[in-house]
Design a protein. Structure first.
Length: 321
C-alpha cells in the first residue's frame, strides 16, 4: 500500500515537472468589451499529430494588463512540437489561427514564460453576423366554452431565436377586441430567452369572442366557441372525496346534481350499518357542500353514498382520533 502511494506521488511529480507550456498573447482590444477568460475555451493541434490538445486559458501575470494570455498546459505524452493551429472560442464566435509554419512551438517551459520568449500572435475574432428571429409557441388558443363571468386563461410563449451577434429584441403584446387581457404586455429578450404570455378572457355575452393578439413575432388567435352564463352551465352528477381525508373530528363532503331532485347522502360503517344521514330531500341543481361531524364515532373507515332516482356514487373516508 505504501509502495503504491509513493509510486503514485512520484508519477504525479514527474508529470507536473515536465509539463509543456505555450503562451500566446492576444491583445484585449481584439475581443468584445467585458470578455473574460471565463467566457472562452481553447485548443490546439501540432504538425504531424492528429490529436486535439485541450488547453487551459488563464489570465496572465502582472506586466500584461492589456492582454489575455493563451497558455496551453498538457502532460508529456509528447515532448513538444510545432503548432499547426490554435482555436479560441467565446460565445457563438470561433476563430482558428494558423501561424507561419514552424514559427510557434509547444515545448517545456515555466508556468509563465518570460515576455518575448515565445512568438506573440494577435488575430481578431469576428463574431458571425446577426440573423434576427423570434417565434410564438402557438398560433391559436382554443378557450372552448366559457362559463361567464369566471375568467379563463391560457398561455403561449415568445422565444428569441436569433443567431449570431444580435441585440435583444423588444416588443409589445396587444389585442384590440377588448374581450381579452394579456400579461405581460411588453417584453425584452436576449438571444435564446423566452417569456410566457398569459391571455385571459374577460368578455361577456355581448363581447367579441375571437380575437387576434399581435406580438411582433407572429399573431395568435384567441378563440371562444361559446359563452354560457354560470346559471346555464351544465352540471354533472358527482361526489367528491371528503376534505380533509383522513380527518378528525369533521370533514366536508362536496357533491353536485344536474337538476333539482330528491337526493340522499348517507354515511355507513364497514359493516353496512347506517351511521348518519346528511341529506334526504329535494336539492336544487348545482354544487353543494355538507359537513360530516364524527365527534361521537370511533376511528375507522366509513363509506358515504350519494343517491338519486337514477344515479348512485360512493366514496370512502378515514376517521383518525
Amino acid at each position: 500500500m505504501k509502495k503504491s502511494l509513493l509510486a503514485f506521488l512520484m508519477l504525479g511529480a514527474l508529470a507536473s515537472s515536465s509539463m509543456a507550456i505555450l503562451q500566446v498573447d492576444v491583445p484585449a482590444a481584439n475581443f468584445p468589451a467585458g470578455a473574460t477568460t471565463a467566457d472562452m475555451s481553447s485548443s490546439m493541434t501540432l504538425f504531424m499529430n492528429p490529436t486535439i490538445f485541450p488547453a487551459t486559458l488563464i489570465a496572465g501575470p502582472d506586466g500584461f494588463p492589456l492582454a489575455f494570455h493563451y497558455i496551453f498546459n498538457y502532460d508529456d505524452s509528447i515532448s513538444g512540437g510545432a503548432v499547426n493551429n490554435m482555436t479560441l472560442n467565446y460565445g457563438s464566435c470561433s476563430q482558428t489561427w494558423t501561424p507561419p509554419m514552424f514559427s510557434v512551438f509547444y515545448q517545456a517551459g515555466p508556468a509563465f514564460p518570460v515576455a518575448g520568449v515565445f512568438t506573440a500572435y494577435s488575430p481578431t475574432c469576428v463574431a458571425p453576423p446577426c440573423t434576427p428571429g423570434c417565434t410564438v409557441s402557438a398560433t391559436s388558443l382554443d378557450f372552448g366554452t366559457v362559463i361567464n363571468p369566471a375568467p379563463v386563461s391560457q398561455v403561449f410563449t415568445i422565444t428569441n431565436t436569433s443567431t449570431g451577434d444580435c441585440p435583444a429584441i423588444s416588443g409589445t403584446v396587444t389585442e384590440a377586441c377588448g374581450t381579452f387581457s394579456v400579461s405581460p404586455s411588453s417584453y425584452s429578450l436576449a438571444t435564446g430567452e423566452s417569456v410566457d404570455v398569459t391571455v385571459t378572457f374577460v368578455g361577456d355575452h355581448s363581447g367579441q369572442t375571437n380575437c387576434v393578439i399581435s406580438t411582433g413575432c407572429g399573431d395568435v388567435t384567441a378563440i371562444v366557441n361559446d359563452i354560457v352564463a354560470a346559471e346555464e352551465a351544465p352540471v354533472a352528477f358527482s361526489l367528491a372525496e371528503a376534505y380533509p381525508n383522513p380527518f378528525n373530528p369533521s370533514t366536508t363532503i362536496a357533491y353536485s346534481v344536474p337538476e333539482t331532485q330528491n337526493v340522499s347522502l348517507s354515511v355507513f360503517n364497514t359493516n353496512g350499518q347506517l351511521v348518519q344521514t346528511l341529506v334526504n330531500g329535494m336539492v336544487e341543481r348545482g354544487e353543494h357542500k355538507v359537513v360530516f361531524d364524527a365527534s361521537s364515532l370511533s376511528s375507522g373507515v366509513y363509506v358515504y353514498t350519494l343517491q338519486t332516482a337514477n344515479e348512485t356514487a360512493m366514496q370512502k373516508m378515514v376517521l383518525v382520533k
